[in-house]
Write a protein that binds this ligand. Structure first.
Ligand code: S3P
Length: 492
């Protein structure tokens, strides 16, 4: 159940409540071409995020409401984990709905390089991973490039930690600036060695077949750090425990249980203790990846901003550790409905309907940050159109994402005539119901900054330009095509 959000379901034609509140999809459902849907609009960029030339793009104000019933590609967090746990399992894992974006494809290449081939079937768009069992991965023959992906890098550090192998990990300019100490510190306690003194990529890490289990209190609320420790803990001799002060996304715990590991979660004195039992054996499974709520966020926010809009995004992951944005939008007065709630592969999913709404400024408390950590840039864009100020507290972690998202978001807003101020870890957005636009936004190799400001431009007076869209391919290659399907227009 989504925290603070009414869920209506199941979606059957004879459900009177649904009939009244949710007449059901009338439009044809748009599917990405790789799922058998038709192409419309521009070709999806295949540019390697850190190699190609910048691809600037401007959004023009939408003159009619956005409309349609669509699906978004698979959840990025779950996609990474499905590949990694498939590689650590014994036997075959099949994955339906894997996100085929650069970040995840880099993880697929990484597990393949470690001896667990991840391949896509030509028919049916199903991915298969041939697992080697925990501790069974092999020495790769070359350095592994993780591109732009912090998740891929950090989770794979946990994998390497438990194997007697040495791996050189590299990444693009953005990833090479991001802090790895947060994950290296606990992994070093367990037995991982690094050749370099520094804590940023490129790094050569040496694992061990004799990891020591630890108990570790997370100094920052990070699901990536938690997951790296739990993954290493699968291969340690004994019980490894991670203690969280603030709950973070729990896909690792859920999926590890699904693959057969013993993982316990205990709530005590306001802390969450997650324990994984070592010397674990995972078995290959069938995984269905739900739609990514962090990608759906751009479509839903766009629909709220453009007058006359009415869209539905089907099959979106609504795990409560991921739905902080939706809770916040509803507090702002957004017309959002969750319908047809169901469960797939141990994760809750629902269809989300959003209609254009006049929003009011709100205060978003710091404790909500982990459940909407990737959604702040687009929330800030939405808040610019609200009535009154929106205060976003506890944004320290935004400074170490693909860019310093706190600074990049504030700068992008100011460039487009919005009053935005940063006070420590707080962002205050002056909502004035209208946004002048006309500015160019520096995206700093950050996909979510690009998509957030292309969303802002759909409702601003003058077009909003982002300096580069190539990075969007790291998480949501279909973004532009999907938005155009709903009625958005862009100018190169
Ligand atoms: C992720 C966790 C979050 C999030 C990232 C994906 C994951 O990072 O920002 O996009 O899949 O575990 P942190 O856990 O470091 O906050």
């Amino acid at each position: 159940m989504v925290a603070g959000v009414a869920v209506i379901g199941p979606d059957t034609v004879d459900n009177p409540l649904l009939g009244r509140l949710y007449p059901g999809p009338k439009a044809k459902v748009w599917l990405p071409p790789r799922w058998g849907g038709g192409h419309s609009g521009a070709q999806v960029s295949k540019t390697i995020a850190h190699g190609g030339r910048p691809q600037p793009l401007a959004t023009t104000k939408a003159t009619a409401g956005l409309r349609g019933v669509v699906r978004v590609p698979g959840d990025k967090s779950i996609s990474h984990r499905a590949l990694i746990f498939g590689a650590l399992a014994t036997g075959r894992t099949t994955i339906k709905g894997l996100l085929e974006a650069e970040d995840v494809l880099n993880t697929a290449k990484a597990v393949t390089a470690l001896g667990a081939p991840a391949t896509k079937s030509t028919a049916g768009h199903v991915w298969t991973v041939l697992g080697r069992g925990t501790g069974g991965l092999k020495q790769p023959s070359a350095p592994i490039d993780f591109g732009n992906s912090g998740t891929g890098t950090r989770l794979m550090m946990g994998v390497v930690a438990g194997h007697d192998i040495t791996v050189t990990m590299t990444g693009d300019a953005s990833l090479s600036r991001r802090p790895m100490a947060r994950v290296l510190k606990p992994l070093r306690q367990m037995g991982l060695l690094t050749r370099e003194e520094k804590d940023t990529l490129p790094l050569t890490v040496e694992g061990s077949a004799h990891l020591v289990p630890i108990e570790y209190v997370l100094p920052v609320p990070s699901a990536q750090v938690k997951s790296a420790i739990l993954i290493a803990g699968l291969m340690a001799a004994g019980e490894t425990t991670v203690v969280e002060r603030e709950p973070t996304r729990d896909h690792t715990e859920r999926m590890l249980r699904y693959f057969g590991a013993t993982v316990t979660t205990e709530l005590k004195d306001g802390l969450t203790r997650i324990t994984v039992f070592g010397d674990a054996e995972l078995s290959g499974r069938e995984v269905v990846v739900p739609g990514d709520p962090s990608s759906a966020a751009f479509l839903i926010c766009a629909a709220l901003l453009v007058p006359g809009s009415d869209i539905t995004v089907e099959g979106v992951l609504v795990n409560p550790t991921r739905t902080g944005l939706y809770t916040t939008l509803m507090e702002m007065g957004a017309d959002i409905l969750f319908t047809n709630q169901r469960e797939e592969g141990g994760e809750p999913i629902a269809d989300i309907r959003a209609r254009a709404s006049q929003l009011r400024g709100v205060h978003v408390p710091a404790e909500r940050a982990p459940s909407m950590i990737d959604e702040y840039p687009v929330l800030a864009a939405v808040a610019a159109f609200a009535d009154g100020d929106t205060r976003l507290d506890g944004l320290g972690e935004l400074k170490v994402k693909e860019s310093d998202r706190l600074a990049a978001t504030a700068a992008g807003l100011v460039a487009n005539g919005v009053l935005a101020t940063v006070e420590g870890d707080t962002l205050i957005v002056g909502g004035a119901r209208r946004v002048p636009g006309g500015g160019t936004v520096a995206t700093h190799l950050d996909h979510r900054i690009a998509m957030a400001f292309l969303t802002l431009g759909l409702a601003s007076e003058a077009p909003v330009t982002v300096d580069d869209t190539a990075m969007i391919a790291t998480s949501f290659p279909e973004f532009r095509e999907l938005m155009q399907t709903l009625g958005a227009t862009y100018a190169n």
